[in-house]
Ligand binder design. Structure first.
Ligand SMILES: C[S@@+](CC[C@H](N)C(=O)[O-])C[C@H]1O[C@@H](n2cnc3c(N)ncnc32)[C@H](O)[C@@H]1O
Length: 273
């Protein structure tokens, strides 16, 4: 790949693995407790180069990955973290050309992950400032052309979903009362489609599951635990700290408007999973 250029989003990584995102500008400066790094020292460098601040601190320069970007990007609403972003895409079976209805949009972390996986997204977000933030984040990381696959409406998804926007292959929910959206999702999701809801609390997950009855099958709720390890010579142990909880992921498949789910044997389901 080419060397780093003005206008590009780059990441400086310090000795303590702290990440700093910046957009390279002619004459710009990156300031920290350790003085500053002129952007002119970074522009023209290959990825992996080491630059020094005016007080001698060293930084490795790299283009940010999606994981780096999601963690450091500007945000309005709370984002979903990488720990859950990839499992959501797997549970929702996101892939190229998949038509996804997403609500709420928030800061766009989940949107940019699904767009990266090739989805076409129609989104409902109630707050215009968040929708604009999400679109700016998507444009910044994935480029202007991706906006052709990202159609965000300022709208309340509890009130309904415009049928003219459907049908959809997938519905992905991250908002306070996702169970309110499920009856609306049933009007635009195609038979066999998948719905995933991200809910921080288990009582929210239980309400989602309560709503996923009748026309839905194969409903499940999971939690993803992520424990880092400290590996340094003979010192090999789990990290002292971990993100113990973020949210529950509930998933189910839609059978279609006129269908009813057959009764499933709980024991058989348990053995299979
Ligand atoms: C936690 S944020 C979503 C974060 C997003 N998944 C991300 O990864 O960046 C929840 C969003 O839902 C939006 N919201 C809440 N109620 C809504 C509704 N009834 N219709 C549409 N959006 C709604 C909020 O404005 C907020 O932006």
């Amino acid at each position: 790949m080419s060397t780093l250029a003005y206008g590009e989003r780059v990441m400086l990584l310090d000795a303590k693995k702290r990440r700093y995102l910046l957009t390279l500008k002619e004459g710009g400066e990156f300031h920290s407790h350790a003085g500053f790094v002129p952007h002119d020292d970074v522009s023209g460098q290959p990825e992996g180069a080491v630059v020094r601040s005016t007080k001698g601190a060293e930084y490795t320069v790299l283009r940010p990955t999606l994981e780096d970007y999601v963690i450091e990007m500007p945000r309005g609403a709370q984002v979903i973290y990488p720990k859950d972003l990839a499992p959501i895409c797997m549970l929702a079976d996101i892939g190229p050309g998949m038509r996804v209805f997403e609500t709420g949009i928030g800061s766009g972390a989940l949107s940019m992950t699904m767009l990266r996986w090739g989805a076409d997204i129609v989104g409902y977000e109630i707050r215009e400032d968040f929708a604009n933030r999400a679109k700016a984040n998507v444009r910044e990381f994935l480029g202007e052309s991706v906006l052709d696959r990202y159609d965000v409406h300022i709208a309340d998804s509890y009130e309904g979903i415009d049928p003219a926007l459907g049908p959809f292959d997938r519905v992905v929910l991250d908002l306070p009362e996702p169970w309110q959206v499920i009856p609306n999702a049933e009007t635009v999701l195609r038979p066999g489609g998948v719905l995933v809801a991200y809910t921080p609390s288990i009582t929210q997950a239980a309400q989602v599951r309560d709503q996923l009855k009748g026309r839905w099958i194969d409903a499940r709720t999971i939690e993803v635990l992520h424990r880092g390890w400290h590996i340094d010579g003979q010192a090999v142990r789990p990290d002292h700290r971990m993100v113990a909880h973020t949210a529950f992921l509930s998933v189910a498949r839609f059978l279609g408007q006129g269908s009813r789910a057959m009764r499933t044997d709980g024991n058989v389901e348990r053995v299979r999973r």
